[in-house]
Design a protein around this ligand. Structure first.
Ligand code: BG6
Length: 464
């Protein structure tokens, strides 16, 4: 670009976390268990205490203020606010989030609230989870409680974190079993219905507030210029990404994905009024989690193109008749095997902007790796600075391309329980002194990336 666009005034330099990954206090003050509390503890202390944010909330917000954050994206634990999903809200649960929201506002930090981040209340899970349509009613009830209670202060909401990951990696969210593809797309439809109901409700209650989805979106590359590889990339991008944003923005299913579902006998059952509901609920902005692109090629249908199984996690294997995982010689990987592709962020943002022409908020992006406290007491995470610097630069290029990017919330504000790797792999700007088994002091130590990010924010990106 000859004219690199500056980051706009009011750009939301933020940071993200989610409830079950930071809060701890898993059974305190009336909180009911969620599906996350079913996970085998990787260490004695794991999810039950996490980063003990529940007992450090004021101190943690002080640190956010010191870093100069303009926004903080966190999630509310559904089972903390609604221990009985069809009953009354838990006053102690609401009080915790009041403390958090009020502290943020007192420091001029915009709260961005994810309503549901992987932690479905266990009682709903036991009643069939998202396959049961009653879960959409529970979500609407929960949404009403949140909007009525916090709506005067919280003006930015995200409905569901990574709905597409929950569908594409079903084991993570359906502990103990793998639902059929047919059931999964029924779950998926119910999540669409739940989001649409929440979106309409927020607009009715607080016309000045904004709401959007937060899927994990990434450009999919064909491994070669073989047209068959291009079709495979296109198919997987539609199934993995566009399905979710098309329903949110266009209020209808993506035609290619609908046909794919028809061929497999997996089209969801819809109730009368669903189509109208999806069409009526319009998001105000799109939250996007971006970590890595994927590269694919045409399937061979030799039994090796298969959907991810339990334990595959981030590894993309392929799907019979759709695509097979390819390799990309241009990209490097983190020590944990995650692809690093900053330009892929720009490509992804451009594709989203081109399809939907909506404001975009990056709700997650970051480097998960091992960190160590050095002899001088600091955490010298130059690798994380390098990673974020490259992604911020590409975000600025995307802005210059015409993408309406309104903010960037790296994952994560502080170290937290990684979904796949506990505390062995850390993402935070702030180190939390604990490991898998030993809670140690839980002391907070700002890493080098904390000081670097403070300057980025202070200069509105000019220091990059
Ligand atoms: C995203 C999730 O998929 O990736 C987060 O929204 C998660 O909850 C993050 O922590 C990183 O993944 P992981 O497995 O390294 O924790």
């Amino acid at each position: 670009h000859t004219n690199l666009a500056p980051f706009p005034e009011g750009f939301l330099w933020g940071a993200s976390t989610s409830a079950y990954q930071v809060e701890g206090a898993w059974d305190q003050d009336g909180k009911a268990p969620s599906v996350q509390d079913l996970h085998e503890p990787r260490g004695q202390a794991d999810f039950k205490v996490a980063s003990d944010h529940y007992h450090h909330v004021e101190e943690d917000v002080e640190l956010m203020a010191r870093m100069g954050l303009k926004a903080y994206r966190f999630s509310v634990a559904w089972a903390r606010v609604m221990p009985d999903p069809f009953g009354d809200p838990n006053p102690a649960g609401l009080a915790f989030y009041d403390r958090l929201v009020n502290a943020l506002i007192a420091h001029g930090i915009e709260p961005i609230v994810t309503m549901y981040h992987f932690d479905l209340p266990l009682s709903l899970h036991e009643a069939g989870g998202w396959a049961n349509r009653r879960t959409t009613d529970a979500f609407e009830r929960y949404a009403r409680v949140l909007f009525e209670h916090f709506g005067d202060r919280v003006k930015m909401w995200l409905t569901i974190n990574e709905q597409n990951v929950m569908i594409n990696h079903p084991n993570a969210m359906n502990p103990g079993r793998t639902p059929s593809q047919r059931e999964l797309y029924q779950q998926c439809h119910h999540m669409f219905v739940a989001s649409a109901k929440a979106t309409l409700l927020l607009h009715q209650l607080w016309p000045d507030a904004k709401i959007g989805p937060a899927p994990n979106i990434t450009a999919i590359y064909p491994e070669t210029c073989d047209p068959a590889d291009a079709i495979a990339a296109d198919d997987w991008e539609s199934i993995r990404c566009w399905l979710y944003l098309d329903v949110a923005c266009y209020g209808r299913y993506n035609p290619l994905v609908w046909r794919y579902l028809e061929e497999r006998g997996c089209t969801p059952e819809m109730e009368p009024g669903d189509a109208e509901l999806l069409a009526a609920a319009k998001p105000d902005f799109l939250g996007v989690n971006y970590y890595a692109t994927a590269t694919v090629k045409a399937p061979k249908n030799d039994g090796h193109d298969r959907a991810p199984r339990n334990g595959d996690q981030q590894v993309m294997i392929g799907e019979e008749g759709v695509y097979r995982a390819g390799t990309n010689p241009h990209l490097t990987q983190t020590p944990y095997g995650w692809i690093v592709d900053p330009v892929g962020l720009r490509t992804t943002l451009r594709r989203i902007a081109s399809r939907y022409a909506m404001p975009i908020l990056i709700t997650e992006n970051g480097l998960g790796t091992h960190d160590e406290v050095a002899a001088d007491g600091g955490v010298h995470d130059q690798y994380r600075i390098d990673y974020l610097q490259m992604h911020f630069e590409q975000a600025q290029l995307a802005l210059s391309d015409g993408v309406d990017l309104i903010g960037f919330c790296p994952w994560s504000f502080m170290d937290l329980v990684s979904t796949h790797n506990g505390y062995a792999k850390r993402y935070g700007f702030v180190y939390v002194d604990r490991d898998e088994c030993d809670l140690r002091s839980l002391e907070r130590i700002p890493k080098d990336s904390f000081h670097w990010y403070r300057e980025v924010i202070e200069t509105n990106g000019a220091s990059l």
